[in-house]
Design a protein around this ligand. Sequence first.
Ligand SMILES: [Zn+2]
Length: 268
Amino acid sequence: MTDTKVFLLDGGSLVLDGYHVFWNRGPGGEVRFPVYSILIEHRDGRFLIDTGYDYDHVMKVLPFEKPIQSKEQTIPGALALLGLAPKDVGVVVNSHFHFDHVGGNKFFPHAKKICHRDEIAQAITPQPFEVLGYSDLSFSKQAADARNASQQLLAGTSADNSTFEGVTGDIELAKGVTLIFTPGHAIGHYSLLVEFSNRKPILFTIDASYTQKSLETLCQASFHVDPVQGVASMRRLKQLAEQHGAELMYSHDMENYKTYRTGTEFYG
Ligand SMILES: [Zn+2]
């Protein structure tokens, strides 16, 4: 049996105002934060959780987020550092469909796709305040057609295979790899718990908690569909981390990210 390994695929960085990162708390001012995807090598195959942002999409639709992304920080580039290509990944899971988590889906037409059942409908018909979050619909031709989005909003080409298996609640993808339902930031948001045989588990909050400070202060980002659910999800993550003795890792926390293993370094 091969032990589970987790690689973080560096996806570059973006900028938000501090009041968006820490809703109604701040302080304001530019905050540059990392974007990364999670590659799990498991005896049952390779699972990729999220696919980062598409540079051209951000420049077209959200240039104020000032993307910085090298070739190595694209999904194919980050996989190449590991001697892999998109075809080597069998399953792609999207934690939710915000643009900084789906931008590279188009590279995986062959892969099985999994998301929360409610995310596709929400991406097609978002709340008015969610439109920029759900602005990159290149992950699904059907979703893009359904939204009747203008060409301007769409970057790149849609994946050939954009059929998702919709799941609900907590779900074990493979032994020791569990999606944890943490709604609030998005209607069908998932966090991720990975268990190993030789080290403590890692609980990836993903966007339920952008940073360590967010979780400590129960201060979510200003992007959410239900902030009350968002706080409940944060409390649940704290509890789960304690219960499993898990190390917490955050999605958009530059200070912590600098200490994370990326590139060819891995957890496992
Ligand atoms: Zn995000």
